[in-house]
Design a protein around this ligand. Structure first.
Ligand SMILES: [Fe+2]
Length: 531
C-alpha cells in the first residue's frame, strides 16, 4: 500500500462539511512512500486525550508488525515520516465529517501521531479515525470540555492504575468503558518494565526481558496496546495521564535508581522510558515532547465551573530518597525520625519546587467547585508499627517527603480551593482517607479527601499486613486490598459520588464487575461518607 500526497488530496476531496485545507508539507521526502506490506498499520488502536474547550489530542502509532524485535524497525516501520489523514465527525458513523487534515507519523517517535486539534465546539462528543492509503483505524470517541466557567451539571470519570499484563486480564478497562465515562485518568504503572517469575503468570511479556532500552520499552507499550479491552477504553473517552515508577524502573526517584546506578547511566534509561511513554500517550506535543532527559507531563484541565484537574508528576523531580544508602535497596525503606532525620529536611521535595509553585498557583486561582489532584502515590500518612513497638514509614512514597506533603496540605487549606479531592494509585488496594492538616492531631481540619484506587491486575501484599496498621492511622476510613478493579466517579455541583468497582477475577478474561463500596462527598463538607 502506498500513501502519496495525491491519494491524500483525493480522500480529502470527497469530504462533507467544514474542511480545513491541508498545509503544504515539507521534508517528508521518501518517507511519505513508506510501505508496510500486509500488516494493519493501526494495530495499536487510537486514543484521545487532554480535552480543552476547543479540541483535544488525537493519537495513534503506525505499527503493522507491532512486536517487531528489530529496534531499527519499531512496529515494523522503516523509512522517514509518513503523512496520514485524520477525520473528525459529529456522529458515531462518521457521516458528518467536520474536520479532515494531515497528521504526521514521526519516525523520531516510532511513527506515533499526536495531533493537537483546536477550533471545535465546546462540551460535546466527537468521533474520529485515521486513514492511511487503503487502511482505516477504528473509530474513537473524544469530547471537548465546556468553556471555562460555563455551568456544567454532571461529569462522569473513572480512574485506573497498575495494570501488570502478566498478572491478569484488563477486564477493569472493559467495564469502565461500559460505564461511558466522559474522561479516564491513568494514574501510573500503565506498563510494568520487569518480567515476573514463571510461577503464577497469567499472560507473558512477549519479549521475556526487562524493558530498559528504547526498543524494549516501545515493545512493552505495543504489547499492552494490542489488548482489546485497553484499546476499547482509549477509544471510548479522552484520557489524562501521569506515571509512576514502573514506566521506568521499580522504585526509582528523580535521577536515582533503586539499584544505585550512576545517575548518568540511569538517566539514559529514564530518557528512553520517558520517550516511549510520550510515543504512546495522547499528551499535548506542545507541552510534553521530550527535551533532553526531561519531559513535562504535569498539566491542568478544567471542565466548566464544575471541576479542575491538576495532573501531577510525583517521580521525575524528586529529591533523592531519604537515607539512600547502599547496599540496601535504593527504593523503599522503613524509617522514622530517629533513624533518618534527613526525611524531615524542608528543602526536600517530591514534586520539585517549580511544579509545587505551579500547583499552588493553580489552586489559588481556581474557581472550580471541585478541585481534583490526580497523581501516582497515596498521600495519606501510613504509620507502620514495628515488632519492637516503634513506628516507621516508607521513604518511597509521600511519607518520605513529609515537608512537601505538609506544604501542599497547608496550601490546600489556606488557598480555600473548593472541595479538594486527591486521587491516587500505586498501592494495589483501595484506601479512602481524610487528609488532615496535621496527621498527628485527630482534631486538625480535614483539608481534602483521598481515594486510592486498587490495581487493574497487579497483586498486593497480604491483607493483614496492612490492615493491622489501621488502628494507628485513624484518618484512614476504608481499606481493601483483596480486589482488583477501578474507581468510577459521578460529579455534580452538589456532590461527588465515588464507587469502588471490583472485577470478579482478574485472572479470567470475562470477569464480571460489582460495586464494593460507595462514598459521597457533599459540596462544602470535607470527608467521605459511606453511602
Ligand atoms: Fe503498581
Amino acid at each position: 500500500m502506498m500513501l502519496t500526497r495525491r491519494s491524500f488530496v483525493r480522500i480529502a476531496g470527497g469530504s462533507i462539511g467544514l474542511l480545513v485545507a491541508a498545509p503544504a508539507l515539507v521534508g517528508l521526502g521518501a518517507g511519505a512512500r513508506t510501505r508496510w506490506g500486509s500488516g494493519d498499520p493501526f494495530s495499536l488502536g487510537v486514543a484521545s486525550g487532554s480535552p480543552v474547550p476547543n479540541g483535544f489530542v488525537l493519537w495513534t502509532r503506525l505499527a503493522p508488525d507491532p512486536l517487531s524485535p528489530d529496534p531499527a524497525a519499531p512496529g515494523g516501520m522503516t523509512g522517514g515520516d509518513v503523512e496520514i489523514t485524520y477525520e473528525i465527525a459529529a456522529d458515531p458513523a462518521m457521516r458528518e465529517v467536520v474536520r479532515r487534515g494531515p497528521a504526521i507519523a514521526e519516525v523520531a517517535f516510532a511513527h506515533s501521531v499526536h495531533v493537537e486539534i483546536d477550533g471545535l465546539a465546546p462540551d460535546r462528543p466527537y468521533w474520529y479515525r485515521f486513514t492511511a492509503g487503503e487502511a482505516s483505524s477504528t473509530i474513537g470517541r473524544a469530547r471537548t470540555a465546556p468553556l471555562a466557567g460555563a455551568p456544567l451539571d454532571r461529569l462522569r470519570f473513572g480512574f485506573v492504575s497498575c495494570s501488570n499484563y502478566e498478572e491478569g486480564y484488563f477486564s477493569a478497562y472493559r467495564h469502565l468503558a461500559d460505564e461511558d465515562p466522559d474522561l479516564v485518568l491513568f494514574l501510573g504503572d500503565y506498563i510494568y518494565e520487569y518480567v515476573n517469575p514463571h510461577d503464577g503468570r497469567v499472560r507473558v511479556h512477549s519479549d521475556g526481558v526487562e524493558a530498559s532500552t528504547l526498543g524494549t520499552y516501545r515493545n512493552r507499550y505495543a504489547q499492552y496496546r494490542l489488548d482489546s479491552d485497553l484499546q476499547r477504553l482509549h477509544a471510548t473517552a479522552p484520557s489524562l495521564v501521569t506515571w509512576d515508577d514502573h514506566e521506568v524502573q521499580n522504585d526509582y526517584g528523580g535521577e536515582w535508581s533503586e539499584n544505585f546506578d550512576e545517575p548518568d547511566v540511569f538517566l539514559e534509561r529514564r530518557t528512553a522510558a520517558y520517550r516511549a511513554f510520550y510515543e504512546h500517550m495522547p499528551l499535548r506535543p506542545s507541552l510534553s515532547r521530550p527535551k533532553g532527559d526531561r519531559m513535562r507531563i504535569y498539566d491542568r484541565f478544567a471542565f466548566g465551573d464544575l471541576a479542575e484537574f491538576s495532573v501531577i508528576d510525583g517521580r521525575q523531580y524528586r529529591s533523592r530518597a531519604a537515607c539512600y544508602i547502599p547496599p540496601n535497596r535504593g527504593g523503599g525503606r522503613l524509617e522514622n525520625d530517629s533513624s533518618c532525620p534527613e526525611r524531615r529536611d524542608p528543602n526536600r521535595t517530591m514534586l520539585g519546587m517549580p511544579q509545587e509553585a505551579w500547583l499552588y498557583n493553580g489552586l489559588t486561582r481556581s474557581k472550580a467547585r471541585w478541585n481534583v489532584i490526580a497523581q501516582n502515590m497515596m498521600m495519606a500518612e501510613l504509620r507502620e508499627q514495628q515488632a519492637g513497638g516503634d513506628f516507621k514509614v516508607s521513604t518511597e512514597d509521600w511519607n518520605g517527603y513529609p515537608e512537601c506533603r505538609a506544604r501542599l496540605l497547608r496550601h490546600l487549606h489556606d488557598s480555600k480551593a473548593a472541595n479538594p479531592v486527591v486521587l491516587s494509585g500505586d498501592m494495589h488496594a483501595y484506601w479512602t482517607s481524610d487528609l488532615r492538616l496535621d496527621f498527628d492531631d485527630e482534631r486538625a481540619p480535614i483539608v481534602a479527601t483521598e481515594f486510592v484506587g486498587t490495581s487493574v491486575t497487579s497483586g498486593c501484599p497480604p491483607f493483614e499486613s496492612y490492615a493491622r496498621h489501621l488502628p494507628n492511622n485513624p484518618h484512614i476510613r476504608f481499606f481493601e486490598s483483596r480486589k482488583r478493579g477501578y474507581v468510577s466517579v459521578d460529579l455534580t455541583p452538589a456532590q461527588m459520588t465515588t464507587r469502588l468497582r471490583t472485577v470478579s477475577d482478574a485472572t479470567k478474561p470475562d470477569a464480571s464487575v460489582a460495586t464494593l463500596e460507595t462514598f459521597v462527598i457533599e459540596d462544602g463538607r470535607a470527608g467521605a461518607i459511606g453511602a
